[in-house]
Structure formats: C-alpha cells, structure tokens
Write a protein that binds this ligand. Structure first.
Ligand SMILES: NC(=O)c1ccc[n+]([C@@H]2O[C@H](COP(=O)([O-])OP(=O)(O)OC[C@H]3O[C@@H](n4cnc5c(N)ncnc54)[C@H](OP(=O)(O)O)[C@@H]3O)[C@@H](O)[C@H]2O)c1
Length: 391
C-alpha cells in the first residue's frame, strides 16, 4: 500500500474550536478507517502571545516539534506549513484568510466564512489567482451521515425533495430579558460579527442547501429568493432569525431557523423530535439534532406505513482517550483535495459558500442588522488589527 499523503497544518488562533479541531487532527486516522491521508500539526499561533500558543500546543498534546508563534504573520510565513486552519471569530476570517493566501498558504476557514458575500468572493478570487486550495469548514457536510443522506436523496429513496426544514437553537434565555452571554461575547457582540444566524443558523442553512441547492444538477443551479424574520438583541446582533428560501424553478422551499432563546432539543434527549425534516414526494428523512453534529437519521416511506428505518452513525472515538468529535473528516477532505490537485471541495464548492453568504447577508439586511466597517470591508490590510491582534 502507498504511504499516506501527509498534510502539514498551521493553526491560526487558540480558542475553543481550534482546540477541538487540532485534537481531531492528532487522532489516529486508522480509528476511522482512513489509511490514504494523515495530518501533522506543525505550528500554532496566538495573536496575543507566544506563551499562549505554547500552552495551546501543550494542551492538545501536539508533538514537541510543533512551533509556537506569538503572531499570525509569523505562522503564515512558516515554510513547513502547507495549510492554515483559521479559527478566529467570523469578524476576523476575511483578513486572516487573506493573510494566509497572500503568504501562499492553502486555507481551511471556519464558518461563517466571512461577514459579507463580497469578502467571500474576494477570498475565492485570490485563491483562484494564486492556485491555492480554499474551503469553508462546514464539518457536518463530511460526516458519513450527511453523505448517506445526500446519496439516499440522489437515489430517489424519498422521491423528489420539495421541502426541507431545519433548526439549530441552543436555548440560552437568561430569564431576565437577556441571554446567557456577556454582551462582549462573540455570540452577541457586533464587533465580532455576533448573532444567532452567522454562528448557528448557518447549520440550519447547511441542511437546506445540502438537500436542495447542492443536489440541483450543474447548469440548473438556482439561487433562492430569501425572506427573513429577524429579532434583534439589545447589542444590535440577531438573537433569532427565521429564513424561507424559495427555489421557484425547482418548486422547492427551505425553512431555516435559529434562536438563542429557545432550544431545538430542550431535554437533551431528542424527545422534541427531529431537528431536520427532508420532505419528498415519496417519503421523508428526519435527522436528529444537533444540526452541526447529528448521529442518527430516520427514513419514513409512503409505501411502508407505520415503519421507520432508524440509522445510527456514531463518531469513532479513540478507545484510550475517548476523543473524537468528527472534525477529522473535513480535514481528510482537505488532504485528499490537495493530494489530487483540487483547489475546492466538491462537497462544498466555492460558489455554494458564496450563495449561502448572500442568503445570510440578505436576511440580516432585511432585519436591519449592521456590522462595523472594520469587519465588513473587503479591502485586505495585512496591518489590520484583526491580523496584528492589537485590540
Ligand atoms: N465548526 C464548529 O462546530 C464550530 C464550533 C464553534 C465555533 N466555530 C467557529 O470558530 C470560530 C471561533 O469560535 P470559538 O468558539 O473557537 O471562539 P473563541 O473560543 O472565542 O476563540 C477565538 C480565538 O480567536 C482569537 N482571537 C483573535 N482576536 C480575537 C478577538 N478580538 N476576540 C476574540 N478572539 C480573538 C483568539 O485566539 P488567539 O490566541 O489566536 O488570539 C481566540 O482564542 C468562529 O468563527 C465560530 O463560528 C465553529
């Protein structure tokens, strides 16, 4: 058997998701049955200090050879790094991903890809011009569960899909008119592109898009008409957003909802039912939440009354550490794309990321949500405080 292709990663930011993702990178690929690619964590950078980056590397148990940097500029200049994982708040994604692309690095950038669609287009133009790989880190699309659901739809198992409804709402009502996030927290702070839609609602849209838009044949792709209801939090960010997307030529509709106050799954046991319903002419696929990391789907067919096919798709865990979150599958996709010379993933093409950003931008505009110029500009500035960390 040929030696596995090795992808060498640089981790840009040291927060929560950087930790989860990096630990998944370090998980043995064999435990998920993967033998053709592997990952190396070469370096990590913190915008605040080298010590913070070193602490991060120690916490995730990276190899002792991994380098710690006290600035994002140093990380993207490291010749040993092939690809940068951008794990800053969404406010920073455009500037940080540009910094990496301009330094000649491939990029995997956390969701939401950017704050505006124009920023997403600029990043893609840059990746294209420089011949670099670029992908939005919507990990859910690479779950075996998502692949199975898309294949089932393609096989006609539930007929023609006409409607998908999807919710991701985490129930953080504080009971005093506020939600359980400090006003400065990135979930509600407009300076960090806070709000339910860009953080959570994007997963509801992921299900709408991967079951409706993504499966529209090439040449027949139809950007949707977007209608939104937005409730603004006192900080100015959205605390609840409901979006209807309409694809009139395909006679299909999607309803994507998100809220910081109510919960998709109030008792944590899926008693409230599926988070996602994919409805076709011959049946329905129900996906149990959470929408970002679902572990079970059910198929109900019109020709089998009263029967439900239940399919569990657990995430493989390391038997010793118990670790494994399912983020490794998107990392494997990056490695395979680079190995095969592909600049974008077929599972989430550039153009689809842009259409989703357009939908979110339109929804937020309809709701009167505005973000500051520093984080909405599509003019790249290597010395932006978003790149230098000067707050
Ligand atoms: N895929 C998923 O399931 C998932 C889950 C959670 C979050 N996310 C996405 O990942 C991104 C980061 O989320 P997170 O929960 O990891 O956030 P977090 O814990 O707040 O970490 C963000 C990191 O970004 C860096 N940073 C630079 N400037 C910052 C600033 N002004 N304010 C705050 N942080 C700053 C910091 O690391 P330095 O030490 O480098 O400065 C910080 O630790 C978001 O875009 C979010 O949507 C994805």
């Amino acid at each position: 058997m040929a030696a596995p292709y090795t992808l060498r990663w640089g981790i840009l930011a040291t927060g929560w998701i950087a930790e989860v993702f990096t630990k998944d990178l370090l998980a043995d690929p064999a435990l998920r049955g993967v033998h053709d690619v592997r990952h190396e964590v070469v370096a990590a950078a913190s915008s605040s200090s080298k010590d913070r980056a070193a602490d991060f590397l120690a916490k995730v148990k990276a190899p002792s050879t991994a380098k710690a940097y006290g600035s994002y500029h140093e990380l993207v200049a490291d010749p040993d790094v092939d690809i940068i994982y951008v794990a800053t708040p969404h406010s920073h994604h455009f500037q940080n991903a540009m910094l990496a692309l301009e330094a000649g690095k491939h990029v995997l950038c956390e969701k939401a890809l950017t704050v505006t669609a124009a920023q997403a287009r600029k990043l893609i133009e840059t990746a294209r011009a420089k011949g670099l790989f670029f992908m939005e880190a919507v990990w859910t699309r690479y779950f075996p569960l998502s692949i199975q659901v898309r294949n089932l739809i393609k096989s006609g198992a539930i007929g023609t899909v006409y409607r998908t409804t999807a919710d991701l709402s985490l129930g953080n009502d504080a009971g005093d008119g506020k939600v359980k996030f400090d006003d400065a927290h990135r979930m509600v702070n407009p300076a960090l592109a806070g709000g339910a839609l860009l953080d959570l609602g994007i997963y509801s849209l992921t299900w709408v898009f991967q079951t409706l838009y993504h499966l529209q044949p090439e040449g027949e792709k139809e950007s949707p008409i977007t209608i939104a209801a937005v409730t603004k939090y006192h900080t100015g960010a959205d605390e609840a957003t409901s979006i209807i997307v309409n694809f009139p030529r395909h006679k299909s509709q999607g309803i994507a909802t998100t809220s910081l106050r109510v919960s998709t799954d109030p008792d944590g046991q899926n008693t409230a039912g599926p988070a996602i319903r994919i409805q076709g002419s011959e049946g329905e696929i129900q996906v149990m939440g959470p929408a970002y990391s679902p572990l079970q789907y059910r198929v109900i067919r019109r020709d089998s009354p009263g029967k439900v096919e239940v399919v569990d798709c657990p995430i493989p865990k390391d038997p010793i550490t118990g670790w494994g979150q399912g983020m490794f599958w998107e990392a494997d996709e990056c490695a395979r794309c680079l190995r095969d010379g592909r600049k974008e993933s077929e599972t989430l093409p550039w153009e689809e990321s842009v259409v989703i950003m357009e939908v979110m931008e339109q929804a937020l505009r309809q709701g009167g949500v505005e973000y500051p110029e520093l984080i909405t500009t599509d003019v790249y500035d290597p010395q932006s405080p978003l790149n230098t960390g000067k707050r």
